[in-house]
Structure formats: C-alpha cells, structure tokens
Write a protein of this length. Structure first.
Length: 255
C-alpha cells in the first residue's frame, strides 16, 4: 500500500473519543468577507505555490475557510509543505480531506504525526484550524476542538515551498483540491481556543495574533497571484503564483 493510499482512512481508523463531537457542521458563523474566494478545479495546474513557511518558534497554527466539491476518489490536499522527496516523513505541514475524514499532519522529531476526524460529506463552507504548542497537536472544525494528540518534540523544518491545493512533492494532477478556499493564514504560535473561536466568528487574522502571523491570504485578488496580507513582526511576505486551474470571483453564500 502506498503512503497516499494509506491516508485514505476508514471511519474506524480516524475514530478517537473526541470524534464524537463531529456531526458535519454547517460553518456559517462569520467568514470575514463574502465577496471573493478562489476556486480550484482539480486540474494539473490547479495550485498556488508560495515560499518556505518554516516556523522559528517550535509552535505552529493554520486557519482557513474552505469548501470541497466532494468529488473524492482519494485524498484532496488543501495545503501541503512536503519533505524533500515523497518518502518518509513525506510532509512537513499538510491538511487534507478524504472520502471519510480530514487530517492535519505535522512532522515532529522527524516523524509524521496526525490528528483527524470523521466527516459527514457535504459541500458547505467550513472553518478549519490546526495548532501545535510543543506538547500537543489540536484540530478544530467550525470553532470546535475535534481531535488532539499529546506529542512533545521539535517541529522538523525543510527547505521546501508550501503549496495550496495540491501535494507539493508528487507529480502534477495528484490529490488536487476541488472547491473553494478563502481566508488562509499560518502562525508561528499555537492559537488558543478563544483565538480559534474569534477567527470562526469573523476575526481578522492580523489582529487575533498580531505578532505571530507568518502568511495571510484573503483571496480578494483577481490577478495571477495571491498577495500576502500579513502584518507584524512574524510576517514572511510570501506572495503566491497561481496555476491556470484556479479562478477568482467565486461568491460565498451564507448557508
């Protein structure tokens, strides 16, 4: 069994006690803006390539709004920062959806670790956030903590680029995201429950953790690249070039 096939989890494999919280939320609380998102069609050039998103603090978080079209034959990668090759540990940072669940990965002490949750398939917008504080990985959906993993260690950093909408270290047209993505941010801190709640309720990523935002994409651009809207001392200033399989101008309707 290949690594990418092994990540197509069954409900049983993904099940942990905290999974009982999830019934497939309708994530309508408060996406910051409702004018534009970027739509990914799953084609070979459907991606946004940005730079190196290594955290320098041994802490990490991501936050995003996303909608998946649920045409799933396997896993679909929302974002991925790969290892230097598609071999163990495979991914430094990633978040993906499978036909039965969704998974947040980090490589810690050189070993790939994951938290995940089962999913009731739907095409609604949802807010997702993942955190690591040096001792615990956590995963949130629509402001609710759905899984956690106690793991003390050091975040592994590799000199690779982060990609939105695809696996970063495999051939094109593999595990592509099909659907829309909006309000994507990464932090060099572990967001708290209250900060995640604030983001779910429409908080500005630049003010929720003002000195810890590494990148922030609001997806309001209509040209050929994303603009990093992050501010503060942790800002990486990484703009991202989009492939031709990504379109702009998708409107979001509150469920």
């Amino acid at each position: 069994m290949s690594h990418r096939d092994s990540l197509i989890k069954t409900n049983k494999e993904l099940s942990r006690p905290m999974d009982l919280m999830n019934v497939g939320f309708v994530g309508a609380a408060g996406r910051r803006e409702t004018s534009l998102a970027w739509s990914f069609n799953g084609g070979s050039t459907s991606r946004v390539t940005v730079g190196n998103t290594n955290s320098n603090t041994n802490k990490f978080s991501f936050s995003t709004w996303a909608q998946n079209d649920m045409v799933l034959a396997g896993q679909e990668m929302l974002f991925n920062k790969g290892y230097t090759s598609h071999s163990p540990p495979y991914y430094q940072q990633s978040f993906n959806i499978t036909p039965t669940g969704y998974i947040f990965n980090l490589t810690i002490n050189g070993v790939l670790k994951e938290v995940g949750n089962t999913i009731t398939q739907n095409t609604n917008w949802h807010h997702y956030a993942g955190t690591y504080d040096g001792t615990t990985m956590k995963l949130y959906q629509d402001g609710v903590l759905v899984d956690s993993l106690a793991i003390t260690g050091t975040l592994s950093n590799y000199a690779t680029n982060m990609h939105i909408g695809e696996i970063a270290n495999l051939a094109t047209n593999v595990d592509k995201w099909t659907g829309d993505i909006d309000e994507f941010a990464m932090y060099n801190s572990a967001l708290t429950q209250s900060q995640v709640t604030s983001l779910y309720q429409g908080g500005n990523p630049n003010t929720v953790a003002p000195n810890n935002v590494m990148i922030y994409y609001d997806f309001e651009q209509t040209g050929t690249s994303l603009t990093d809207m992050s501010t503060g001392t942790a800002r990486l200033g990484l703009n991202g070039a989009k492939g031709t399989g990504v379109t702009t101008g998708t409107s979001w309707t509150r469920p």
